[in-house]
Design a protein around this ligand. Structure first.
Ligand SMILES: *Cc1c(COP(=O)(O)O)cnc(C)c1O
Length: 386
């Protein structure tokens, strides 16, 4: 079945949602491979979004860590993260299907911003659901979304985070299915979202696979990416699926005590659950261990990652806030690149792998830039009064 990854994934939704999702799956299969769609999509990826993004050999870190480190520079994509690859694809598909409004959920605000950009570009009214906790720590992205013409709706239930924003967006969708496209921001949710988001993000790995070979003369030994829902990670990994290249995902370990907030790497593994339309691995309900990075603060993980782990194709490791912040600072000082806090988890994991001498060459997805995190950095590193 398309949309199933081993025992994970699927389309576990109430009856009324089944039909619109089946229609979306059919539209995805028919429209996306068409020449007309691809021409427009590839045109916008290149001229609007700034693809291809470069691969960079981080010479200072490579020397320091004794392992070749290459970065895929998704932070240079328009908007400052990988999100636009997906929102452009889904936005074009929604337009083609005659949808009159876009809705989205957002955590750090990066996906909301990328959706608002596409809403403006394609002239489709856009509403973004965002938890109050995230609105408070990512104010700049709220301003960006509003400036781009989107309506930002504050979600105040539960943890006031990404999971609650998804619930609110799902409810909106259930009430307005005919005219609305729910533009899901990660490789999560009911089918067809995990495979559709993978399709739109896999340009990352396709480009990087060629670029690393050009620069390095060979494939990397492993790919490393941070995992919130898992879209930038699967977008990097997918092109290497048939290669002898290992995959590593960095999950948010929060304060680092028990890794409760990391569904694949927490110490006590539970059975999979049905969560927000998919069967996957989920964190413990009572966890209070939240990540410093809003973009990774999601209680579940994309089903394909759960499958990759089960197959032994990929490993997932929890990275604590402190480890991520150290990596954030080290990359800034060593290479003159300020990463987002999310990929700082991947950089910290790459450093650990280098210290364990597990591989000679690592390709790391630098999936976002750090501008949005400067307030956090200023507080953590005492960068002085503003
Ligand atoms: C949204 C976001 C993430 C987390 O989402 P994934 O779907 O796991 O990629 C990670 N990094 C950045 C920079 C983001 O904006």
């Amino acid at each position: 079945m398309p949309g199933e990854f081993e025992q994970y994934g699927g389309r576990h939704v109430p009856d009324p949602l089944e039909e619109p999702l089946a229609q979306l799956a059919a539209a995805f299969e028919e429209v996306v491979p068409s020449e007309e769609f691809q021409e427009r999509y590839q045109y916008l990826l290149k001229h609007y979004a700034g693809r291809p993004t470069p691969v960079y050999h981080a010479e200072t870190l490579s020397e320091r860590w004794g392992t070749n480190i290459y970065f895929k520079h998704e932070d240079l994509l328009h908007g400052g993260a990988h999100k636009l690859n997906n929102t452009l694809g889904q936005g074009l598909l929604a337009k083609k299907a005659g949808k009159e409004r876009l809705i989205a959920e957002t955590g750090a605000g990066q996906h909301g911003t990328a959706t608002a950009m596409v809403g403006a570009l394609l002239d489709i009214p856009t509403k973004v659901y965002m938890g109050r906790k995230d609105i408070n720590r990512q104010e700049m992205n709220v301003f960006r979304m509003r400036l781009l013409g989107a309506e930002v709706e504050e979600v105040t239930r539960g943890n006031e985070g990404l999971a609650e924003a998804v619930d609110a967006a799902l409810e909106d969708f259930a009430g307005n299915m005919e005219e609305t496209h729910y533009l899901v921001g990660s490789a999560v949710g009911p089918d067809p979202f995990p495979r559709m988001v993978r399709e739109f993000q896999s340009v990352i790995g396709r480009e990087a696979r060629e670029q690393v070979q050009e620069l390095h003369g060979d494939l990397p030994d492993a790919c490393v990416a941070c995992v919130g829902g898992g879209s930038n990670a699967i977008g990097l990994f997918h092109a290497f699926k048939d290669d002898d290249v290992m995959f590593y995902g960095a999950e948010p370990g929060g304060k680092g005590d028990q890794h409760h907030s990391a569904p694949l790497s927490k110490t006590e593994q539970d059975d999979p659950e049905v969560f927000q339309g998919m069967k996957t691995k989920v964190i413990d309900e009572d966890t209070t261990n939240h990540s410093v990075s809003a973009g990774l603060d999601y209680p579940a993980v994309g089903p394909e990652h759960a499958a990759l782990q089960e197959l032994g194709r990929a490993e997932y490791h929890a990275i604590s806030d402190v480890e991520a912040l150290d990596a954030f600072r080290e990359l800034s000082e060593a290479e003159g690149i300020i990463p987002a806090l999310e990929p700082s988890h991947a950089i910290a994991l790459a450093k650990k792998l280098a210290q364990e001498d597990r591989h000679d060459t690592l390709l790391v997805n630098l999936c976002g830039r750090g501008d949005k995190d400067m307030q956090t950095a200023a507080e953590k590193f005492d960068l002085g009064p503003s």
